[in-house]
Design a protein. Structure first.
Ligand code: ARG
Length: 280
């Protein structure tokens, strides 16, 4: 069912002919952050990638995905090497000085990963003075720098690199976003997650400061996705079933006015009935 839903979504995506389809819009990401972005063979896939395809389609351009180090994304955006960032990037006030963020599209938090047999780390307070691994340039790294007294911070290119270091005992713990952490632990039975609520993250798309045309278009796509069921399909397709998925409320929707749309739900993939819902 998941596969069929995504197939219908993608079919709708590619059946749409777009006027400027030879022009590209470049999206920057760091494909070591499943389920948001990761590689399958030579292909970069994930929640953010499919969402970016919808963004590019609505913007009337072809999507080009540029995979790079996470801590180089904002500079790449500022220099014009990429047009937007879709990388599970948390919309922080500090980053807002350098980029414009879209509507939020996902709510997450930081968690702690430790060895499965560790019994001494039960909360973030227990990390004081320990060697902690993070992905360079992330909010997890910032949290360690600002909030863990005497931490011996070790920054890695990816969370996966940090996990290798944790497995061989070079560090005591990792601080990383929840869902990528769950993916790491799923693949490594010698690691576990310590679930403590100490830092929340809300993900958004970043565009170059002042690029209102693209920002408006991205926001329109996100709002439409949330309203028409495409967002839910992406969640069903990429997210773990046991994950407590929170869809953040959109900042700009402050009205409870209703707009009525007429359709005939017998025309898949554009509109059709799925259970008691009209989707497409
Ligand atoms: N949410 C965190 C941040 O914005 C981590 C994002 C890492 N993303 C990635 N694609 N590696 O700092």
């Amino acid at each position: 069912m998941k596969k069929i839903s995504l197939f219908l979504l993608m079919t709708a995506l590619f059946m749409t002919s777009c006027s400027k389809k030879n022009e590209v819009v470049k999206m920057g990401t760091n494909a070591a952050f499943p389920p948001f972005e990761y590689t399958e063979g030579s292909e970069v896939v994930g929640f953010d990638i499919t969402m970016s395809q919808l963004i590019a389609k609505d913007y009337g351009k072809k999507l080009e995905v540029v995979d790079m180090n996470f801590d180089g994304l904002i500079a790449a955006l500022q220099s014009g090497a990429i047009d937007f960032i879709a990388a599970g990037m948390t919309a922080t006030e500090e980053r807002r000085k350098n980029v414009d963020f879209s509507e939020p599209y996902f709510s997450s938090k930081q968690v702690i990963i430790v060895k499965a047999d560790n019994t001494s780390i039960e909360s973030v307070e227990d990390l004081e003075g320990l060697a902690i691994g993070c992905q360079a340039g992330t909010t997890g790294e910032l949290y360690v720098q600002d909030s863990i007294p005497n931490a011996d911070l070790k920054s890695f290119k990816t969370g996966i690199d940090a996990s290798l270091s944790l497995k061989n005992g070079a560090i005591d713990a990792i601080i990383l976003d929840e869902l990528p952490s769950k993916e790491i632990v799923k693949r490594n039975s010698d690691l576990k997650i310590v679930d403590d609520d100490f830092c929340t993250d809300v993900y958004a798309i970043a565009v170059r400061k002042g690029n209102k045309e693209l920002l408006d278009s991205v926001n329109k796509t996100i709002l439409t996705m949330k309203a028409n069921g495409a967002y839910e399909k992406l969640i069903n397709c990429f997210m773990p079933v046991d994950g407590n998925i929170v869809i953040p409320a959109s900042e700009s929707v402050t009205t409870d006015k209703i707009v009525k749309l007429g359709t005939n739900a017998a025309f898949p993939p554009f509109e059709y009935v799925d259970g008691k819902d009209i989707v497409g």
